[in-house]
Design a protein around this ligand. Structure first.
Ligand SMILES: [Zn+2]
Length: 1010
């Protein structure tokens, strides 16, 4: 037998492309089209329906980029089409893929949203085109509207090139799309079924071993089907062609075939290459699609994550919300994730990450009565080791992502495993081996999942999320029809459409006892620049998190001390502000990978958040400080440790803190630290007086700015590639260096110009301080550069400790293995620490997250450990103006620091004291702890508005801790609760105190009844 495989494959593809797809719709009549161009931002349907429309013949241009056009389509269904399947076919002039260009939402004549339109879904069935979304029939006149969004393809075929598409254009900008088709047409269902048959079988056979009988059998069947397919009458011949395929489609799967739980999905980035306001519309389009699809295909199960997106539907689209609730009740739509958004997990602070679960899970409980069990984060850029404990404390048990398949260096060894967090908590975790969250269920992808599954031989099942996504869209009927064909088909894995919980339950039962364990963070070996890009977004997040802490703490303290009425606690305001901050932790906003529009808007939003939180803080502090006699300047200390004589979480006059600093020639000295600044403004010596130890490595200089050329191969805002290290310029020349002393603070101000930028660093040594503070003001106008500041330390450290949520993790400073080498850029929150037994050094910061730590040897023998903070970048895609302009960040170096000192200084630099003049000399802390290793992360009133005080604390040093909490108010009962403040256990109290023991990094949430 001669090999004619390629000929048949090519024949199938050409037949699909040129003979079959073009006749999916047959007889057609044009619809009458009219259009109204919205003048600016989107408007509600009522306003659009009342507008005056003008004729819009085919070819009518519409939409400056980011503009909106409303089309009114009307026409009569020909009476002679009675009994035939009729659809409206609308082509808005799409250019990109679903969810990325020219998106439409069909509305009824009275403005009720019905169904989305995108390039892979241009039709709407007659069954929803009647009045009020009901069925229409032959002979009826139909009228409906389409809200068309002129979303441009920001990441188009040109790839990662600088583009201005990410901002709104000037008024009067030209249209970017044109109406291309608007018809009522007969849908040739049998031709469509033939298309799905051919695609499924052709896709399957291409993945089978070349000489396997099954492959040849399918090829011959495909060949026979095309032989009977009369190209001059494809609709008439489709049934006969399909008959040739019946037998090969009827053969059951192998007994050992892999099992895939197929879950309908639409990845909807809450903002990315589009602004937040567009996502609200994307969500409405996708939910409408899914609800309409489920009417016809009841087996559809669609996983819908991100409570925020559900809330947008509820708040903006009442009719879609009703459909959503019905679909959830029917099981067609399944809320998943249990988080407010699919957030980044490297960067959000501990309390914020906890609140992602609180607000996400609570929304699903309140609105649907569903306690979600699976955490759904398919696309975030690495996963913190704090997550397993938070997942468990939120009451969930499973975790899903697929992003680690993007690793550039190392293949992750497992697909189903126990993931162990930094405190030892474990969650059952799955990475879909299909390596995508937007599967098309093609033969290629299904075969890849089966072959790729690491647990083959031990476990039998994996999950596949299918449907159009990133910008939404979701499944279409083709996906479900394909799933039916591969449910039980020889040569294919078995595919069953089911909910994620069905997959996890079955996988858990099958494999939980034997599954391997991965301990620690799930570091993503790509997108490492997301710790640094869009500095103002990151700073806004950091500020907001700490302001939220202060606002809750002082408002709760004021209530507990009887200075504010319980009903005056700003519950609604805090709820709203938290949700704004949580939304901006979405995995393309906080990481800095969105278009300019998103980040400029975020900057303004963070400013409003700060203003509102400052107001809450001021109100509470005034209430606490005002009454009494005399005038006292009291310092509020929101940090979890005593400082300058002010107890943690309390207020009193700050005590003068030690020996004044002085300047001696070029040395700043406060009796604890002696810092030598040379004529170039570089720190040549950092001498720790108490330890009698030089901290700067021999022959090196510290606080050295280093400017790298930063040209990643792709994903500019996301990536820093290892080659950035090869091109570096040390910024050693100074415009000016000035040393001075004022109020006991020794200061060196150093200004450096380079390129088109200027950096002014103010080094401050304060009385009694064991740290050198640096305020770094940058006027940054570079392009494709990466600015770091280096501290080469005379410390022999094999590993660095980075603060993460509720603890810290260690990472190697060497590059022994490919896993170690891949971590050439790492995220840390407020501090990073390196040390050898008996001596360590911490670097703390108030704004940034990116760091790197490297090791070297010096000639005299010994190790140089260089810690660098990543200050700022300048990628050009997707925001060509990324980080241009002025920035101020603060950081400090803390010689002689243990981990506990790093924790304390990290809080301190992020929570400056607030001095308030008032009538009382002192404010007692709302709660006090007798062990510095135990850190209070949040104090607030309970969300149920009972007036109970909720305290979340954790063991911060990685050891065991016994502690007693003393309340500043009478405690009638104490409970241990979960993150959602649900009771886990009673705790003993004597009316004031609660004692407990914590394991390393354990989080404990206490509810104290007053
Ligand atoms: Zn995403």
């Amino acid at each position: 037998m001669h090999d004619d495989r390629k000929l048949i494959e090519e024949r199938v593809q050409r037949a699909l492309r040129e003979r079959i797809v073009p006749v999916l719709h047959g007889d057609a009549v044009p619809l009458t089209a009219e259009v109204w161009h919205t003048p600016d931002e989107p408007v509600p349907p009522a306003e659009a329906l009342a507008a005056s429309y003008e004729p819009a013949p085919i070819g009518t241009p519409w939409g400056p980029r980011w503009g909106t056009a409303w089309f009114r389509f009307s026409g009569e269904v020909p009476a002679e089409w009675a009994g035939r399947q009729v659809e409206a076919v609308i082509d808005l002039g799409f250019s990109g893929g679903p969810g990325f260009s020219a998106e439409g939402l069909i509305h009824t004549a009275s403005g009720v949203p019905l169904k989305g339109l995108h390039p892979r879904q241009m039709s709407a069935p007659l069954s929803i085109l009647g009045p009020d979304g009901g069925p229409a029939k032959a002979g009826d006149r139909v009228e409906f509207y389409v809200e068309a969004a002129a979303n441009p393809e920001v990441l188009g075929p040109r790839g990662f090139r600088p583009t201005e598409l990410g901002v709104k254009p000037e008024p009067g900008s030209p249209p970017i799309y044109a109406l291309t088709r608007a018809d009522l047409a007969v849908f040739n269902a049998e031709v469509w079924e033939l298309m799905v048959d051919l695609e499924a079988l052709d896709g399957l056979q291409r993945e089978l071993p070349e000489r396997e009988p099954r492959r040849r059998e399918i090829l011959r069947a495909l060949s026979r089907a095309l032989e009977v397919l009369d190209y001059e009458d494809v609709p008439g011949a489709a049934a006969a062609a399909r008959a040739e395929l019946t037998e090969v489609l009827g053969r059951p799967a192998h007994a050992s075939a892999h099992r895939l739980s197929a879950v309908g999905h639409a990845h909807i980035d809450s903002a990315w290459l589009w602004p937040l306001r567009e996502t609200r519309r994307k969500v409405a389009r996708t939910v409408s699609n899914v609800a309409t699809l489920a009417q016809e295909w009841p087996e559809l199960v669609f996983a819908f994550s991100q409570a925020q997106q559900h809330a947008w539907v509820r708040d903006n689209y009442p009719a879609v919300w009703e459909r959503l609730k019905k679909a959830v009740a029917a099981g067609n739509i399944v809320p998943v994730g249990g988080m407010w958004v699919e957030s980044d997990t490297n960067l959000p602070g501990g309390e914020a990450l906890a609140r992602q679960f609180v607000h996400g899970k609570r929304f699903f409980l309140d609105e649907y009565g569903i306690d979600t069990q699976e955490v759904w984060l398919p696309d975030s850029f690495g996963y913190t080791a704090a997550l397993p404990q938070l997942v468990k404390l939120s009451g969930s048990k499973w975790f899903l992502t697929q992003k680690i398949s993007w690793n550039q260096e190392n293949r992750f060894p497992h697909h189903t495993f126990w993931w162990e967090g930094l405190d030892g908590s474990r969650v059952f975790t799955h990475f879909p081996p299909i390596d995508t969250y937007n599967s098309d269920l093609s033969g290629r992808e299904l075969a890849h999942a089966q072959r790729n599954f690491s647990e083959n031989g031990l476990a039998t099942r994996s999950l596949v999320p299918f449907g159009w996504g990133d910008g939404g869209g979701g499944p279409t009927r083709e996906f479900i029809a394909t799933a039916r064909r591969v449910a039980d088909l020889e040569g294919s894995p078995r595919v069953a459409i089911e909910a994620p919980s069905a997959f996890f339950s079955a996988a858990d039962e099958e494999y939980a006892a034997a599954a391997p364990v991965w301990s620690g963070e799930l570091y993503l070996e790509i997108h490492r620049a997301t710790y640094t890009s869009q500095a103002k977004t990151k700073q806004g997040n950091r500020r907001s998190e700490h302001l939220l802490r202060e606002a809750e703490l002082w408002a709760a303290t004021a209530v507990a001390h009887g200075k504010l009425r319980p009903e005056d606690y700003p519950y609604d305001e805090l709820d709203r502000l938290w949700k704004v901050v949580l939304l901006h932790q979405f995995h393309d906003i906080l990481p800095g990978s969105s278009i300019a529009w998103v980040h400029r808007e975020a900057e303004a939003t963070y400013a409003e958040v700060a203003r509102d939180l400052q107001a809450i803080i001021s109100r509470a502090q005034s209430a606490l400080a005002a009454e009494g006699t005399g005038t006292h300047e009291i310092a509020f200390n929101a940090a979890p440790h005593e400082r300058d004589g002010v107890p943690a979480l309390g207020a009193r006059p700050a005590a003068a803190a030690g020996e004044a600093a002085r300047v001696d020639g070029n040395v700043l000295d406060n009796g604890l630290l002696r810092i030598t600044v040379d004529e170039r403004g570089l720190v040549t010596s950092l001498y720790d007086v108490r330890a009698d130890r030089e901290v700067v490595a021999p022959g090196k200089v510290a606080n050295l700015l280093q400017l790298h050329v930063d040209t990643p191969n792709m994903w500019d805002a996301w990536d820093v590639d290892p080659h950035y290290r090869n091109n570096v310029r040390d910024l050693t020349e100074a415009d000016s260096v000035a040393l001075s002393v004022e109020d006991g603070v020794a200061t060196a101000v150093v200004t450096r110009s380079f390129g088109r930028s200027v950096v002014t660093q103010t080094l401050r040594l304060r009385p009694g301080a064991r740290r050198l503070d640096v305020e770094c003001a940058m006027d940054w106008h570079e392009s494709e550069k990466f600015l770091k500041v280096a501290f080469p330390l005379d410390v022999h450290a094999d590993r660095s400790a980075s603060e993460t949520q509720f603890g810290h993790i260690f990472r190697p400073t060497h590059q022994n293995t490919s896993w170690d080498a891949a971590k050439f850029e790492i995220a840390a929150h407020r501090w990073l620490h390196v040390g050898e037994p008996g001596y360590g050094v911490a670097v703390v910061n108030d704004s940034t997250y990116g760091h790197d730590v490297t090791r070297d040897t010096h000639d005299g023998g010994g190790t140089v450990t260089t810690v660098r903070l990543s200050l700022i970048r300048a990628p050009r895609f997707p925001d060509p103006q990324t980080d241009q302009g002025r920035h101020v960040v603060n950081y400090a170096i803390v010689p002689g620091a243990e981990i506990g000192d790093a924790v304390r200084e990290g809080y301190r630099i992020n929570l400056p004291q607030r001095v308030v003049a008032g009538g009382v000399p002192e404010i007692e802390p709302i709660v006090a702890l007798d062990n510095d290793a135990v850190v209070v992360e949040a104090v607030k009133l309970a969300d149920d508005r009972s007036g109970d005080v909720v305290v979340r604390l954790y063991e911060s040093r990685g050891g065991r801790a016994r502690a007693t909490l003393t309340a500043g108010f009478g405690v009638t009962a104490a409970e241990e609760v979960d993150l959602l403040e649900r009771r886990l256990a009673d705790r003993e109290t004597d009316g004031r105190t609660v004692s407990f023991e914590l394991r390393p990094f354990q989080i404990l949430t206490l509810r104290l009844k007053r």
